[in-house]
Design a protein. Structure first.
Length: 567
């Protein structure tokens, strides 16, 4: 949902990530094949090889109608590959190999199958080479083979004496032609592109920087061999730019140039040497300036500082790590060791006042009840709100959160809920980044909506994410219509979240799978690799569900059978 009011701002300072002394090698999530040079054994019609590595899930490569066929990607330099994503069109391969090569001629098979089932496949493997090839040997149909996308993952980190590629730019000094620091973009300084925080950005000055050319550069601290540059653009991106290196910050050597920059996330495989790396910006995409969320430089050498460690993905099998079954006797308030009430009015034109647990208690049947009420005497149940200063309200309800009690990075999050009904009600089960209580504004904090229900759409439930460049009505989500009112029974709402993305489901039916790499390549930065906390609330009114009317029945009860977290 659009952010509901975070009224109580007494935050417990929790670390965003745990620092580590050294960065271990791990399989990255960035797509090393994105926009890389690519060739194919054949092409059918307009469906070119480049369409399989353009980051656009709506374009595809298709081959001729025979076996075998192949698609070959040049990664630019020798890479330690560790996995791939194959997003097949209906014409898929049942048998194929993934192969690597140092020279594009002699191939080593690192993955093989004869039981390919199409759809989206994520094989894991290990190998080293500059070239990677998908070699298909048996088609599933009478047509050729066809891929929407072929993504390649490579190992990152390590810093071993053998020269494994690692992030060199973390927290290194950055300077720029100008920067913005005003109400529209406070503190949008050059340092924000090297802080390893996808929710902060640099932007050129509104007074002097909305011109061509511009530049931003990072000092790696010592000479380095540069193998990869990652740019995560804000919508104010460059269509024309060069990546350049320098030993002294004055004489520059261009190692990459383009006049057709596409914005979003660009992973550039490059080869260069220098202490300084600069993006020289020559053509804006629109009337505004330039802006980057991240400018990451990878390679060997330099004087790197290890970035915060990413949390491990949930293991298999999953184990229960936290839950509330709400089995206390009737009238018991939420467990104070697990939840705290968030008191006050809501945003988004909501009409209720969230009380200090006066609207939240167990029913004696194993459920927590969040009750929305119409107050007979407006104001009688509403103390003066610390935000609005108002002491009156027409409706009261409940919102309980785990912030300050528990938070998690990755896992399975599920709740069995019987939603409230009636027009103007807006029950929700959702999550927010803990850093929203440490100065990160919404939507940069990130939001994961595992369930939203609108009383005016009784048969439908929504599941959505919101981030810095996709929020409100532009959030990434989907809905499920079950053909009957969700308020008639309990339903299981779930999110399975890891370092590669989030899968949402309702009653065991997958509603939406959101892939991190696709979001970064097509929508904006991914801000879901950090701790989040859980919220449950039963809102009244709001700009999405609309207000109650003469048909609305009160009180309205949202019943929660349980909330469980697995890792």
């Amino acid at each position: 949902m659009k952010l509901k009011s975070l009224i109580a701002v007494a935050a417990l300072a929790l670390p965003l990530f745990l620092p580590v002394a050294a960065q271990a090698a791990e399989c990255g999530t960035a797509n090393a094949a994105l926009n890389a040079p690519v060739t194919a054994s054949s092409v059918e019609g307009p469906f070119t090889a480049a369409s399989a590595v353009d980051g656009n899930p709506g374009t595809r490569w298709s081959s001729g109608f025979s076996d075998p066929q192949w698609l070959r990607v040049d990664l630019g330099t020798s890479r330690q590959v560790c996995g791939a994503t194959l997003n097949w069109e209906a014409a898929y391969a049942t048998a194929y190999q993934i192969q690597v090569s140092a020279d594009g001629n002699a191939w080593t098979t690192v993955f093989s199958t004869t039981t390919g089932a199409g759809g989206v496949q994520n094989p894991s493997f290990t190998g080293t080479g500059r070239y990677i090839r998908l070699n298909t040997t048996a088609r599933a149909t009478q047509y050729g083979v066809s891929l929407w996308e072929f993504a390649v993952r490579i190992e990152t980190g390590g810093g071993d004496p053998g020269g494994s590629e690692r992030l060199l730019s973390y927290n290194k000094p950055a300077t720029a032609s100008s920067f913005q620091d005003d109400g529209a973009c406070p503190g949008c300084t050059p340092a924000k592109v090297t802080d390893y925080n996808p929710a902060t950005r640099w932007a050129t000055s509104t007074t002097t920087g909305w011109v061509d050319p511009g530049w931003i550069q990072v000092d790696l601290g010592a000479t380095a061999r540069i193998t990869r540059v990652v740019l995560q653009w804000d919508p104010a991106y460059a269509t024309g730019f060069q990546v350049q290196t320098s030993e002294n910050g004055s004489g520059w050597t261009t190692i990459h140039t383009t006049t057709t920059g596409t914005g979003f996330k660009q992973t550039l495989n490059v080869t260069g040497t220098g202490r300084y790396v600069r993006v020289n910006l020559t053509k804006r995409s629109g009337p505004y300036g330039y802006s980057l969320w991240e400018f990451q430089v990878y390679g060997t050498g330099g004087s790197p500082t290890s970035p915060p460690a990413q949390a491990p993905d949930p293991g298999n099998p999953l184990r229960l790590v936290w839950s509330d079954e709400f089995n206390a006797p009737a009238g018991t308030r939420p467990d104070a060791s697990k939840w705290r009430p968030e008191v006050g009015t809501g945003q988004n034109a909501e009409l209720q006042y969230y009380t200090d647990n006066r609207n939240a208690s167990t029913d004696g049947n194993g459920n927590m009840v969040l009750e929305a009420r119409r107050e007979v005497t407006p104001g009688s149940a509403c103390p003066v709100d610390p935000v609005s200063g108002s002491g009156t309200c027409q409706y009261t309800s409940a919102r309980i959160i785990t912030e300050g009690k528990a938070s998690w990075t990755y896992g399975r999050f599920e709740a069995s809920i019987k939603v409230s009904g009636s027009k103007g009600l807006w029950p929700a089960f959702w999550m927010l980044g803990t850093d929203i209580f440490r100065g990160t504004p919404w939507p940069a904090s990130g939001e994961i909506d595992i369930m939203e229900h609108l009383g005016r759409e009784p048969n439908t439930a929504y599941q959505t994410i919101h981030g810095p460049a996709y929020f409100g009505g532009g959030g990434i989500g989907a809905m499920r219509d079950i053909g009957q009112d969700y308020a008639n029974a309990f339903h299981l709402f779930r999110a399975d979240w890891n370092s590669r993305g989030i899968t949402f489901s309702i009653d065991g039916v997958t509603v939406l799978t959101i892939d991190k790499a696709t979001v970064e390549a097509t929508r904006g930065p991914w801000v879901f690799d950090k701790p989040f906390f859980i919220l449950l609330n039963n809102a009244v009114g709001g700009d999405w569900p609309g207000p109650p009317d003469a048909t609305t029945v009160f009180p309205q009860r949202m019943l929660v059978d349980y909330v469980r977290v697995y890792q």
